[in-house]
Structure formats: C-alpha cells, structure tokens
Ligand binder design. Sequence first.
Ligand code: NCD
Length: 308
Amino acid sequence: MKSLIDILDMTTGELDELIAVAEDIIANPEKYAEACHGLKLASLFFEPSTRTRMSFEAAMYELGGNVISVTGAGTSSAAKGESVADTAKTVSCYTDIIAIRHPKEGAAYVTAQNATIPVINAGDGGHCHPTQTLADLLTIWREKGRLTNLTIGVCGDLKFGRTVHSLINAMSRYEGNRFVLISPEELKVPSYVKKDVLQQKGIPYVQTTDLESVMPELDILYMTRVQRERFFNEEDYLRLKDSYILTTDKLKTAKPDLSILHPLPRVNEISVAVDDDPRACYFKQVLNGKYMRMALILKLLREAGKIR
Ligand code: NCD
C-alpha cells in the first residue's frame, strides 16, 4: 500500500508528475469534478491546522469525494488512550484514504504500518510535512519556471520547522540548488538534515544568523514561524520569537525576481506591508497546496486500485 510519509517516498519523477497533474487541474477543473465520486477521505487532525486540513478537505470535495474528520486531540478515542495503531485499523474500515496530523514524530508512519488504505502525513511533530513541500514545489515551479539552479534562503526556526526539513530534502534532489540557512544559533537545522542530506549529497550551503547580508543573493526566501509549541520553556521562545522580521525596507537589496514563501501561519516574521510586494507568494502558495493535494489524492487512490 503506497502512502506519503516522507517527501523521499516519491521520486523526483513522481514529484514532477504531480506538478503536471496540478497544472492540468488548474486548467481543466471540470475534468476532475467526479474523479473520487463515492470515496471518503479521513481527515485526522490531532494538532491545530487551518490551511492543511481545509485544503485536504476542499481537495477531496472538488474531486467529487466526501470527508469525515476528527479535529482536536480531545474529541476522539485518542483521548481515552487508544493507540495510533488501533485508530489506523479503525479508520481503515470507514474510509478510503487518510490524512493525519499528529504531535508525535513518527505517528504517520505508525498509521501507515497499521492502516489498510493509503496514508498521507499532514505533519508529524517537528519531523516533516511532505504535503507542504508539494505546495512549495508548485509555487517555486510556477514562479520560477524551474526547480533547479536556485539559491534558496530558509529563515527562522530551522530546528523545529518541519516544513523546512521536507523542503531541504526535496530541493536537494534537483540539480544546482544551493541553500542559505538563516537562523539564531539555537534554531539551526538538526544534524540529521545537515549531515545526512546536505553534507552527504555534497549540496552547497552556508549557515548565518544575518538575513540582511545574504538578501541580495537569494532567488527564494522561505520565511518560517518560530514554533512555540515545540519549545521546552516559554522564556526561550520569547527571546527568539522576533529574531527575524521581514520588512519592505529589508527587501530593498533583494533581487527584483525574488520569490518570498512562507508555509503560514505568520505571526510576526513578515510585516503585513510586504503582502503588497509582487514578490510575496505566500497566499498563492496556500492555493497551490490545494491543487497538489488533489493531485496526490488522485495518485494514491489510483495506485490503491480505488479509481481508474
Ligand atoms: C506549518 C506546519 O504546520 O508545520 N503550517 C502549515 O501546515 N502550513 C508551519 C507552521 O505551523 O509554522
């Protein structure tokens, strides 16, 4: 049973194919309006979410399917102590595909091991978030016309930011990309990303604490929120939360064709005035996420033999 737990579960060929399908959905939505007729998505969100949950649900509805959901950690039998494995077996009896977000790293993997239907990781703790990366890839593709030969600045909480880990994994597989990792000392990328991905593959990267000095070199600037819920103490969060605030002033030295991305939600790290800059892509990214999730649901249901 094929599931998407980590972005590396897909080849770059498969990622390119999802982008092509998403582009076709954008151009011809009517072709897909009944593609998942009679099928159900289980939307299991044990952590807060706006975009990821709503885009999965909108995606399934726009494919003609239905959705049943669990939202919030306190409303399902998980609150009574049911294991993730038993939840997976149960949900497999009622639905055709699962999207799960869970605070524990590895929860989506355990779900996939125990479910009899495809499972999509919609974020597992501070680990990874492959479908956000799908939204990011379509956005970069649509803005730049390529996924190769880009200088990608990633700024903010690179330690706990699961979207960052998946993005680095994905973009490291396309030729000629280079990373500029901008974070406070305490929030640098985990060594499993730095050593096992960047260093092992010989991907060029630099680490810095200073956003302004690297601004002129960037093709992409991927801003992120400091992940309050993953901190061990509030004091550290308060000290680090405003480490980077992107303003129109700081963008003066940026390339005219820079693309500014952010997985959202934004707290303080991009000033609202930046939204009017044509280089701001984060709300397009929100919409792109829905199209890529539609393409993904179609692919997994087709591979599971549920649709043609
Ligand atoms: C991200 C997440 O949940 O990891 N949000 C999202 O899914 N778009 C980023 C974040 O919460 O900061």
